[in-house]
Design a protein around this ligand. Structure first.
Ligand code: XIL
Length: 396
């Protein structure tokens, strides 16, 4: 009797092992996703669509040749954004040359699969090419900026749903007027670089949704409260000068195990943006889980999923949020593993920040994001009267 029991449990054990192995292999096929219930009507993009949203990922163009990666983009995304390909470093190998190879790969892919695209980003203090400092001066900076924007926006005219025109212009600790960051462009052109960029983008593609994108507005703490105020001051001043500006990106790099809550501060910020007649996008969503004090994977995955839920329940309650972009697809390629490494508490523990794991299996984070779309659909946020000042460019 005992032997049989033991035999049965051993057989069961072996069969479970075999199933797990088969699942790991098979999880890299579309058929497996269908079994897991995440394709077609169960995909992120289908749930997002019901909630009046576009959704998708930041794309590493080097991975487009991986069929599993490409398949996820096609299955799950209604909008994509290049993680690097449209920044100055890849685009500008030298002062007088443009290299659109990487960006074109993604634009062609998106067009082939009828997926919307965001452009990111025309003006940023990072990803500045090596030749910049010795070449761009106070005298020629405006020409460099305007020519860059005319060439890049012009090339993709009519193909972008929106562009992040200016990225991360606020940094109070730099002690500049208006809390502006003392960035290369600020040093060369003063605060005017912002409106120069927006006007150039409008000129290059009059129908484009022009976006100001920034981080650090999500939490109910003093630091984010100050940033929210400074960003709103900047937006108001741009609007009052008639600068063309249509939308605000909330980067949404949030943290698991962070002491501050996400709530009233973000809600008020979003309604203030809405009152300015601007649309909202959640542009770079991911969860930094470096601070979690335990290693247990299921436990971490649950906490990460809950962090997505807590953020999205606030972030998606505003009807003027029109798109949610997640900053990467699978954990093995999150920028959080090799980006801000010097701040890391657990440098040897790879982060599990994204909706898919290293084998592109959906994790609790995937289902949390999808549930948050459903929650928005149920609560009717997407059907509430949308911003009366702004035509809906998105056609959703
Ligand atoms: C990051 C990318 O994810 C990295 O791969 C790259 O090396 C550096 O930039 N805010 C932004 C994004 O606006 O462009 C950054 O992307 C992440 C922070």
């Amino acid at each position: 009797m005992e032997y049989l029991l033991a035999g049965r449990s051993r057989r069961e054990f072996l069969s479970t092992l075999a199933q797990a192995a088969a699942f790991t292999l098979a999880s890299r096929t579309p058929a497996a996703w269908a079994q897991q219930g995440i394709s077609g009507p169960n995909s992120l993009k289908a749930h997002a669509h019901r909630a009046g949203l576009l959704t998708g990922f930041a794309v590493d163009t080097n991975l487009l040749s991986d069929p599993t990666y490409a398949r996820i983009l096609v299955e799950q995304a209604s909008i994509l954004v290049p993680e690097r390909a449209l920044k100055w470093v890849p685009l500008r190998p030298s002062p007088d040359k443009f290299d659109f190879t990487q960006a074109d790969l993604l634009v062609d892919f998106a067009q082939r699969h009828k997926i919307h695209l965001r452009g990111h980003t025309l003006v940023w203090h990072e990803a500045i090419p090596d030749w910049f400092d010795s070449t761009v001066t106070k005298d020629n900076a405006r020409r460099f900026l305007e020519e860059h924007i005319a060439a890049v926006v012009g090339r993709y005219k009519g193909k972008m749903q929106s562009w992040d025109v200016v990225n991360e212009a606020i940094l109070p600790k730099d002690n500049q007027p208006g809390g502006l960051r003392n960035s290369p462009w600020f040093k060369l052109l003063g605060p005017d670089y912002i409106e120069i960029a927006f006007r150039a983008a409008r000129k290059a593609d009059p129908h484009l949704v022009l976006t100001y994108n920034d981080y650090g507005v999500e939490y109910d703490n003093d630091e984010d409260a100050e940033r929210r105020k400074l960003i709103l001051d900047l937006l108001r001043s741009l609007k009052s000068k008639g600068v063309p500006l249509d939308a605000v990106g909330i980067q949404s790099h949030i943290k698991a195990a962070y002491p501050a809550t996400i709530g009233q501060g973000l809600r008020d910020y979003m309604s203030a943006v809405r009152d300015l007649g601007l649309q909202l996008f959640l542009t770079e969503l991911d969860v930094n889980e470096d601070d979690l004090p335990y290693d247990d994977v299921p436990h971490r995955d649950q906490t990460i999923a809950q962090t997505y839920t807590d953020f999205l329940n606030v972030g998606l309650a505003n009807p003027d949020v029109k798109a949610v972009l997640i900053w990467g697809v699978g954990d093995s390629h999150t920028w959080l593993n090799n980006g801000p490494t010097h701040h890391r508490k657990q440098p040897n523990r790879p982060q599990r920040s994204l909706p898919f794991d290293n084998d592109y299996k959906p994790k609790p984070a995937f289902f949390a994001i999808r549930d948050a779309f459903d929650q928005r659909h149920r609560s009717g946020s997407n059907t509430k009267k949308s911003n009366p000042h702004k035509a809906d460019h998105l056609g959703i």
